[in-house]
Design a protein around this ligand. Structure first.
Ligand code: TYD
Length: 222
């Protein structure tokens, strides 16, 4: 059984990832590809509990290293329970955020540095690398405005408070944004950078193009 394909989607809060993952999943399903879709933090029963701890604005103070460790605890569980089994079964694992998020938010945003994050990734995640990462990077201003609106709406509708990260200041998100760009420059063959304020359809077209190319490259020779 050939191993499946591991695809991650990355970007700032409000970069439009959720919409694009839904469309991409539908595109795959139409082609009979049946992806396993998951997100971080969360995606497993244990991960959902870790997610609540991480995102609730009541979880303060949370030391940056605690935050980083919890992200990796969540990830270790997701790899064991969801991602590895999917890949071993030859399926596509489509993951909303992975270690690039920890490098960008904790390494960049919280200023813990890339090295510590990448060391932990090797230790805890066996250095599992996505085959393809789609990085959505519209301008900082438009991402932040969208994320704030969405979170206010969700809190008003459901009472759920997942706003801890949104309470950060502009400087924090500037560092996250810059770290994402640095990752894209460092790993151009894995990371497809989709930049600028494009329409939902334009972003979707670029995603489908990148995923199609990777699927062709991954298909066994006929
Ligand atoms: P989520 O509601 O899933 O945001 P989004 O829909 O924008 O992905 O919240 C995830 C938050 O957790 C987001 O603010 C980014 C942050 N995060 C980290 O700081 N480090 C990580 O390793 C991961 C996976 C997420």
């Amino acid at each position: 059984m050939p191993r499946g394909l591991f695809i991650t989607i990355e970007g700032l809060d409000g970069s439009g990832k959720t919409t694009q993952i839904k469309r991409l999943a539908a595109w795959m399903q139409k082609r009979g590809l049946d992806p396993v879709i998951t997100r971080q933090p969360g995606g497993t029963a244990t991960g959902d509990r870790i997610r609540a701890l991480l995102l609730d604005s009541g979880s303060t103070p949370l030391a940056p290293t605690t935050e980083m460790a919890l992200m990796f605890a969540d990830r270790a569980q997701a790899i064991a329970e969801v991602i590895e089994p999917a890949l071993a079964a030859g399926r596509i694992a489509l993951c909303d955020r992975f270690t690039d998020s920890t490098e960008a938010y904790q390494g960049g945003g919280r200023q813990l540095g890339s090295e510590r994050v990448l060391d932990l990734h090797r230790l805890i995640c066996g250095d599992l690398q996505p085959d393809l990462t789609l990085l959505l990077l519209p301008s900082l201003e438009s991402s932040l405005a969208r994320a704030r609106n969405r979170n206010e709406r969700t809190t008003a509708q459901t009472g759920q408070d997942e706003n801890r990260f949104e309470q950060e200041q502009g400087e924090f998100f500037k560092r996250v944004w810059a770290k994402y760009r640095e990752i894209a420059r460092r790993e151009p063959s894995r990371v497809v950078l989709i930049e600028g304020n494009l329409s939902i359809d334009e972003v979707y077209e670029q995603i489908v193009e990148a995923v199609s190319e990777r699927l062709v490259a991954n298909s066994p020779a006929r």
